[in-house]
Every structure is written in C-alpha cells, then in structure tokens.
Unconditional design. Structure first.
Length: 377
C-alpha cells in the first residue's frame, strides 16, 4: 500500500481531460485521494485565489501544498517515490514518452473537442448531465458554451474535420494492434506516454457517446487499455506473465512504430510553425525572466499561426504550454552521456522526430506560482 496515508484532495470532474491524467496516476500508484468538484466552496474560496485562475486538476496535499497541472502532479509524487514510476530508465523510451505526452495533451485537443462538441444532437443529454453534475445546473450552459467556442482556435473546421476523424481512426487501429501484445505503450507499466494519451482517450474519446461507441466497436483493446489506465494499480489479466517493468534495453516495440510515424506526420509543420511564432514573439517583446506568457493567467493562447494538419491548411492557436511539455525531453536528453545522446538523436531522426525537441532557443517556458512564464537564461 501507499506511504501516503492521509488522503490527497484532487479538485476535478470526471469529464475533464487533464483531471483524468492525474486521477489515473493516483490510482495506478495506490495513492489515497478524494475528488472534489469545482462547485465546492474550498475551490472558489481557497484554491482559485492561490492559483490565480479557475482551472483543473488541482492537487492539495494533506500538508496544504497546492499543485496545478496534470504533469506537475505526476512529478510531485515521482519526487517522493512511487510503486510504478512513469519515467522509463531507457533514455529513448523516456524522451519518446514526453513526445507522446505532448501529442496526447496538445496535438489531440482538436480530436477531443471535435468529437465532444460537433455531435451535440447525438450527445447533448449526456454532456448536459455531466456538466451539470460537475458545475451545477446554473453554470452548465455557460461552461458548455465556452468549451464549444474553443473549436475555431483549435483549428476544427469543415476542412479539417475529415482529417481529424481519419487521424482518430488511424490512432485506434494502431493502438488496437499494440495493446493486443503489450499492456501499456512501453511495456508492463504506464509511462508519461500513457498518461498523456489517456487525457483525450478517457475523458472525451473514451466516454462521450459518439467517439466512445467508435472506440468500443472498432478498437476493443484500446477500450480495455482505457479501463486498465483508470483501474487501481496495474489491471492486466490479459498479460499474466508479462511482468510490470518497461521493455528491456530501451527497446521500442514494433507495434508502436506506426504511432511514432503518425505523430511525426501530424506534428509537422504545425509544431515548427508554432515554435517559430514564439521565437518571433520573444524577439519582438524580449520578455524578462519570469514574465507570464500572457497578460491574464487564464489566457493560454498567445497567437494564431497559418499552418497545416495532414496537408490541410489550418489556422491554429499557439499555446506556450507546448514548450513546457517538450522542454522536458530536452532536459532528459541533456542528462545522458554524449554517446547516449547521439544514440537517441539518431533514433529520433530515423523516425522523423528530431525537430520535436525544441532545443536551445534563448528562452523556455517554466511554471512559477502556478502560472506559465517565459524563462530566460
Ligand atoms: N496544463 C493544464 C491544463 C488544464 C486544463 O486545461 N484544464 C481544463 C479542464 S480539462 C480547464 O480547467 N479549463 C478551464 C477553462 O478553459 O476555462 C494541466 O495539465 O493541468
């Protein structure tokens, strides 16, 4: 059992993408917690003033420490030691787990939001029920309208929708084949990659009626992985002799290669365009170290780029947060020996993923006082 005897408090709701990431992690590690919705007075009276915006998930420890951000919540517990660390020992697996986490938490936002909000006629009763349970009847309509309004800045439009749907089906096919052979992406326990993908694949694509039906009927093994990720501990009855460690020797399973190919195909040129946009912002405004990335804490987008998704032109909003995620991969790589770094760079280049590492740009994105800020050397 867990060494965390007193329960943690997790502020969140069942249908929230990022809350799911933190919740799956707590359950896998056997960390006792209770989940409290944002309607609770504690959230508005204590948590929001402390974190400067209304956002979930938020962890409050029994000692009163407050942690916002799904990945920071993971790192908070990693630092204390957990039964199933989310960071593989192999440097390539570790770096790829960050890139896959980026794909899940950032690149799949259009998939999640499209399937949630473009099929209102078929799932409105379900969504209304979920939002009312999480935020109260009075607030449900307002929050639903706000979430629905995010589609244009996510690049969800009549031209991209067929590509977003093709991307979802391709992902399901790949993962269905992978999870027939392995319980998790890199072997016998979930890594940051699994936690990144579970965000969209649980809250939206795994449980909203329209995409949930597609997942169950077309990719039953993916549905089982979603259950496995949300279960306590490791839930692997299909793999009795598999063991609970990552694949040895930093191996990348053959069944994962199509996923890495899809991530490379879909990340470029969009990621490069977004990074170039941020380079331009920094060049123009020369923010000081520690300056928030946007004027108001709840603003996540700093601009819009003309780019492409699977060959389709699209306007996409730029979130500095993506650099917060991908910067982790650069830092991990820097910890390896020169030989190891060369091996990993070569492996990334062979998969078209070399440019997924932002590299040294004269700035990075950090989080201070719960807010994303520009970090300067
Ligand atoms: N980077 C944050 C993102 C959290 C986030 O976007 N949470 C959504 C719910 S899934 C939210 O609170 N949105 C509030 C809003 O957009 O107004 C994390 O990983 O925790």
């Amino acid at each position: 059992m867990s060494s965390h005897a007193q329960p943690q408090t997790l502020y969140g709701v069942p249908h929230s993408l990022y809350t799911g990431i933190a919740r799956c992690y707590l359950r896998t590690q056997g960390i006792a917690y209770s989940e409290i919705p944002t309607t609770h007075a504690d959230f508005s009276q204590r948590i929001v003033p402390a974190i400067q915006r209304s956002i979930i998930p938020v962890l409050e420890t029994p000692q009163g420490e407050i942690v916002q951000d799904s990945l920071d919540i993971i790192d908070h517990f990693e630092a204390q030691g957990v039964p199933y660390s989310a960071y593989p020992a192999g440097l390539l697996q570790r770096v790829l787990s960050v890139i896959i986490a980026y794909y899940g938490t950032q690149a799949m936002l259009p998939h999640a939001m499209h399937y949630r909000w473009s099929y209102r006629d078929q799932q409105d009763d379900f969504l209304r029920d979920q939002f009312a349970a999480g935020a109260g009847e009075a607030m449900a309509d307002k929050i639903m309208a706000r979430m629905n309004s995010y589609l244009p800045q996510l690049g969800v439009d009549e031209h991209t929708i067929p590509e977003i749907e093709a991307s979802f089906l391709q992902l399901l096919n790949t993962l269905n084949a992978h999870f027939a052979e392995h319980p998790y992406l890199f072997g016998g326990r979930p890594s940051l990659a699994d936690y990144g993908l579970i965000g969209p694949l649980f809250a939206h694509l795994g449980r909203d009626p329209v995409p949930g039906h597609i997942m169950k009927t077309r990719a039953p093994k993916v549905f089982r992985w979603v259950e496995r990720m949300t279960a306590p501990g490791l839930d692997t009855p299909e793999f009795p002799d598999y063991g609970d460690d990552y694949l040895a020797d930093d191996a990348i399973p053959a069944t994962l290669e199509p996923l890495l190919q899809q991530i490379a195909d879909e990340s470029f040129p969009m990621l490069t365009d977004k990074l170039a946009f941020m380079d331009g912002l920094i060049e123009k405004y020369q923010p000081a170290d520690g300056q928030p990335v946007s004027p108001k804490p709840h603003q996540r987008y700093v601009g819009v780029v003309d780019t492409a998704f699977r060959g389709m032109p699209v306007k996409a909003g730029v979130q500095p947060y993506l650099l917060y995620v991908l910067g982790k991969a650069d830092r991990m790589l820097a910890e390896g020996s020169a030989e190891e770094q060369a091996r990993v760079r070569e492996a990334l280049a062979a998969r078209g993923l070399a440019e997924a590492l932002p590299g040294e740009r004269g700035y990075s994105v950090d989080r201070r006082n719960h807010i994303e800020v520009w970090a300067r050397p």
